[in-house]
Design a protein around this ligand. Structure first.
Ligand code: TXA
Ligand code: MG
Length: 319
């Protein structure tokens, strides 16, 4: 595996060619780092599963450079989904849509729908555009971590997660720390109404506003599968306990307004929800690096991004 620390037109062009040649390229997005492969190349996509240690059959998100390319992968797109895409792409939102023939079973896990996203990150967009110029149609990219582990928000974290599993010709593009820090909002757009499957930085409130109606975060009646929806996920090795007091020697994560309990090890001091989301996975990772056994977390309250943070923390705390 090669780290590319300076992403220039040349290195991005080489990375796009590496994807065309069937190699894997980890790249930054505004949410978390993705482990990319040519979404039309079955062999390359199968390597994503082995490198991640992800059970086969779990669907992958296809990343494209613009809303104009969505028709290649999706069909019968409902009007509300077009509205959402126009408003929030490029951005931290994945739409689950009825698939075209291009979206093979090895991408969709055998389902008749496909997850699509246009990321809002300059390196990711440059890579996608170059890849498309070279004849590629989309980049499949799950978060660049081992299955069930914490998503990486820096290139170093990608190296720690996947370094030993990647081949010498695979690449990791370094774009610094991800701005959002938690994975995209996933919205099921295969029914009459949108249904949020995974909360994220595009919040229910933002969706409601664009659609002039209530987007429901109710039980999804369809049989859509998604491993991010498993109860245990995004988990560090340290045990996480929610809204408990940190004992001496334990990790502590809370808004900056809360004082560090005596003897506890402060992992992050965010002062806004945005900072909380951005620093969350770094904080969990740092607890493991310091060999901490337990992390006490004061969970943010309220709607919006707080809901997405609670979703990740609850899953990280579940064993
Ligand atoms: O922010 C993100 O979404 C990041 C960046 C790299 O784009 N990607 C990401 O991918 O989080 P992943 O695979 O780690 O999580 C995507 C989740 C998985 O739980 C997957 O099963 C679900 O989305 N998913 C993907 N396609 C789906 C589909 N067609 N139907 C239902 N769930 C789907
Ligand atoms: Mg993931």
């Amino acid at each position: 595996m090669e780290f590319i620390s300076k992403c220039t037109a040349d290195t991005i062009s080489n990375a796009a060619q590496a994807l065309i040649d069937g190699h894997l390229v980890a790249f930054p997005t505004e949410t978390v780092y993705g482990l990319g492969a040519d979404a039309a190349n079955e062999k390359a996509v199968s390597r994503i599963y082995s490198v991640k240690g992800r059970p086969l059959g779990h669907p992958l998100i296809v990343h494209i450079s613009s809303i104009n390319k969505v028709d290649q992968w999706a069909t019968d797109i409902p009007d509300y989904a077009i509205k959402l895409a126009r408003e929030f792409w490029p951005g931290p939102m994945t739409l689950i849509l009825p698939r075209t023939d291009l979206a093979k079973d090895f991408i969709t896990g055998g389902q008749n729908n496909v997850g699509i996203r246009v990321p809002a990150q300059p390196i990711a967009l440059a890579l996608l555009k170059k890849f498309e110029v070279l004849g590629g149609q989309g980049i499949a990219a799950p978060s660049a971590n081992r299955f069930g582990a914490v998503s990486p928000t820096t290139a170093e974290a990608v190296g720690e997660e996947l370094g030993v599993y990647l081949d010498s010709e695979d690449l990791v593009l370094d774009g610094g720390q991800c701005l959002v820090g938690i994975e995209s909002t996933i919205i099921n757009c295969t029914g009459l109404e949108p249904i949020v499957l995974r909360p994220g930085a595009i919040t229910e409130e933002m969706i409601d506003k664009v659609l002039d109606k209530k987007a429901e975060n109710t039980e999804d009646a369809s049989d859509i599968r998604a491993p991010g929806l498993l109860e245990s996920h995004y988990a560090p090795k340290a045990e996480i306990s929610l809204n408990s007091v940190a004992e001496p020697g334990e990790g502590f994560l809370a808004f900056s307004k809360f004082q560090t309990p005596i003897g506890a090890i402060r992992l992050a001091s965010p002062s806004t929800l945005e900072q909380y989301a951005r620093d969350l996975y770094m904080a969990l990772r740092s607890a493991d690096q310091q060999g901490l056994k337990k992390i006490a977390v004061l969970v943010p309250e309220g709607p919006g991004l707080a809901e997405a943070i609670r979703d990740r923390l609850t899953k990280a705390a579940t064993r």
